[in-house]
Design a protein. Structure first.
Length: 396
């Protein structure tokens, strides 16, 4: 049965959690480390205003590639300028759109960046004249000058960054505790207590936007979910969370990941993650329709759904006993594709963390994910986590 633990201290004192279980996911942490201050926002409305404003200043057009003229800029001969059909002013490519243009015409981007603008223009012009697709889609924006923000194939399906932010605002409001969904708190490693109430600053925020993408991470961490008990009898607490990302200029896909987690640390690593699910949408011809009919509704469903099925799945996995002897344990893991050495290490991991050997599906899943965290190579870690996920699904 799902419940908010009645024995836990109030939210201001935090919640004791066990992060030795489940997966550790570093995607949010990577974003946190990489974002400069001017890409960090303290609430969703401010972020939305910025990305909506740049969309309103932009114009997407489909033009003939051979009709684009490439030349060295008259104002700055070290930079390129493009003369695009239907516009009198020259257009200045950004670092990103220059790379896209090179890729479209089959020119090596790193080499082209080293050339003088005049030589680069000659090579790009030749590529555009012989471009077999014949058409390209440009995204031009006025920023005091005309800027080429993106150049893609004619069938590129753009999902505007502000559309994703708007979908999140429908369920999360401003993203700062006016709804269940908010920027996450922080785990205190000394006491293993997760505090959902911290000061929201540029250092702690998880709402990001650059000139080429958006990334948002929010949690429902004021309402812990109890799904069973730990070895010491205390409640095993989870919180719901999701992150999503997009790029209207084509630097990445659009995606939404939802999950249950036990804590977020100061470096924004996600700890004790269970039931990780992800939807990605490439910016293909029907991307906008897929976002409207698949991704956005999925986000809303997760935000409004009951955690009951998740808790029931955990309960079923805890109750399903599959091994009572050492021979049973090794046989079960060997049939699951694990080597004898790995099987021994997984069993030892559970014994170390739970002070008993694995018996249930849940025990083995936790042992496998804990074993996976020690793998240096991502491919090996993902393979193990995939096996654990499939094992968990068999129990539900």
């Amino acid at each position: 049965m799902m419940s908010v633990s009645q024995n836990e201290p109030p939210a201001t004192a935090g919640f004791r959690v066990d992060v030795s279980r489940g997966q550790r996911i570093g995607r949010v942490s990577s974003e946190w480390f990489a974002r400069p201050d001017d890409e960090r926002y303290l609430n969703l409305p401010d972020l939305y205003d910025v990305v909506r404003g740049r969309a309103e200043r932009a114009q997407a057009r489909t033009v003939e590639s051979r009709a684009i003229k490439v030349e060295a800029s008259r104002d700055n001969p070290e930079r390129l300028a493009l003369v695009v059909p239907g516009r009198d002013e020259s257009v200045a490519p950004t670092h990103w759109s220059f790379g896209q243009l090179c890729t479209l015409v089959g020119a090596p981007t790193s080499y082209m960046r080293q050339l003088h603008a005049a030589l680069s223009a000659i090579n790009l012009q030749h590529g555009l004249l012989s471009h077999r697709a014949e058409l390209v889609k440009t995204l031009e924006a006025e920023n005091g000058w005309i800027e080429l923000r993106a150049v893609t194939g004619p069938d590129y399906g753009r999902i505007w960054d502000h559309e994703l932010v708007a979908a999140v605002m429908k369920i999360a409001g401003v993203g700062t505790s006016d709804t269940r969904w908010k920027v996450p708190g922080v785990l205190d490693w000394s006491s293993m207590t997760y505090n959902p109430l911290i000061d929201l600053t540029e250092e702690t925020t998880t709402l990001y936007a650059s000139d080429r993408d958006v990334f948002l991470f929010l949690v429902d961490d004021m309402n812990p979910i109890e799904a069973g008990r730990l070895a010491d009898g205390s409640p095993d607490l989870y919180f719901r969370g999701f992150y999503c990302w997009s790029s209207e200029v084509g630097s990445k896909t659009l995606g939404i990941a939802s999950f249950y987690l036990r804590a977020v640390c100061m470096n924004r690593n996600l700890w004790g993650v269970e039931n990780f699910e992800e939807i990605t949408i490439r910016h293909s011809k029907f991307a906008a329709q897929r976002f409207a009919h698949e991704a956005a509704p999925a986000l809303t469903r997760f935000a409004n759904s009951s955690p009951g099925p998740f808790v029931a799945g955990i309960k079923a996995a805890r109750e399903r006993i599959i091994a009572r002897t050492d021979e049973d344990r090794e046989t079960f893991l060997r049939k699951g594709g694990f080597s004898k050495s790995d099987a021994t290490k997984i069993i030892e991991t559970v014994l170390c963390e739970e002070r008993r050997k694995p018996e249930s599906i849940f025990d083995f899943v936790q042992g496998i994910t804990a074993f996976a965290r020690g793998k240096v190579h991502q491919d090996a870690r993902l393979e193990l986590e995939g096996k654990a996920k499939r094992l968990m699904e068999r129990a539900i």
